[in-house]
Design a protein around this ligand. Structure first.
Ligand code: SAM
Length: 290
């Protein structure tokens, strides 16, 4: 078959033959643009001998192009209808290698995955692993949390998601999109908005546009101290976004004067709103509340 899987005609043929309809409840929207896929794989810097962990390969649109670039791919998928498609439709030989040598499918809910165990006998763990995924939208943030909390130190995470969520990951303090998700991600990763992908590049076409972000682990990590405590403080501080930080801190610090002193000690005005507080200031705040 000369057309790539992501070609709209081939995608339609595969769906007609095996699936009928994409499963909405699993967030299935298959990419049908080779040029967008190339932009995504360029952003992820995918090249020969790379080790890539993919989440949700679907019918293999991204997977195929990664394999053709010479990467080794381990993919998590939950839809039991897809192994047959992937094994039939992906190229059986890539250069002088057989598909099974360069592609491993793990049929598992990615949120229940133990990455180190699953990849251990397929990847060389002394070499870097990149994550590439067109994420199922209904679990975008849980997947990001799971990847961020994993023991594995990924080289980079190139993730496609709903544009609005990507904007939250990349936001700066003072911006309306800045919030707990921004802070959580930016304490661990640098965030780059890399590719815009509008809804017409998918079959079926979703109701929203998408963006691809590239996350790279920070070289100089923030010292969060007690991470659970930090996350709790951040959640409390943003519990009512339109109210002042002082107001949101009430459940944590009963006394009003004490709250005002605390805020002043961060060099912030008493009426500051949570979205105006930088990550460094939140870390100081969490430490003082400990
Ligand atoms: N990578 C393909 C592409 O770009 O065309 C498909 C992406 S589609 C947006 C998301 C994929 O994630 C679907 O194949 C879906 O079945 C899979 N998926 C959904 N929930 C999952 C889960 N909990 N664990 C693993 N895969 C999941």
């Amino acid at each position: 078959n000369n057309l790539p899987i992501c070609d709209p005609i081939r995608t339609k043929a595969i769906m007609n033959r095996y699936l009928g309809f994409a499963k909405k409840n699993l967030g299935q929207n298959f990419l049908i643009s080779l040029s967008k896929i190339n932009d995504i794989l360029d952003a992820a810097d995918i090249k020969a001998d790379d080790q890539v962990l993919e989440i949700g390969p679907g019918i293999g649109s991204l997977t195929e192009q990664m394999l053709l670039r010479g990467a080794k791919v381990l993919a998590y998928e939950i839809d039991q209808d897809l192994p047959e498609i992937l094994h039939n439709e992906l190229p059986q030989k890539i250069g002088d290698k057989h598909l099974d040598d360069v592609f491993k499918l793990v049929m598992k809910d990615v949120l229940k995955a133990d990455f180190a165990t699953d990849i251990g006998d397929f990847f060389n763990l002394t070499k870097p692993v990149k994550v590439v995924a067109n994420l199922p939208y209904y679990i975008t943030t849980p997947i990001i949390f799971a990847l961020a909390k994993s023991d594995l130190d990924f080289e980079s995470l190139t993730l496609m998601m709903q544009k609005e969520v990507a904007d939250r990951l990349a936001a700066n303090s003072g911006n309306k999109d800045y919030g707990p998700l921004t802070i959580f991600v930016q304490t661990k990763f640098s965030v780059k908005l890399a590719v815009q992908v509008d809804r017409t590049n998918f079959n079926p076409s979703p109701k929203v546009d998408s963006s691809v972000v590239v996350l790279k682990p920070l070289v100089e990590k923030f010292n969060l101290g007690d991470e659970k405590h930090f996350e709790h403080v951040i959640k409390m501080c943003f519990s009512q976004r339109r109210k002042t930080l002082n107001n949101n801190l009430k459940p944590l610090v009963k006394d009003k004067q004490e709250r005002s002193d605390l805020i002043a000690s961060l060099d912030l005005p008493d009426k500051v709103r949570p979205e105006q507080v930088t990550i460094e200031q939140f870390i100081t705040l969490a430490n003082k509340l400990k």
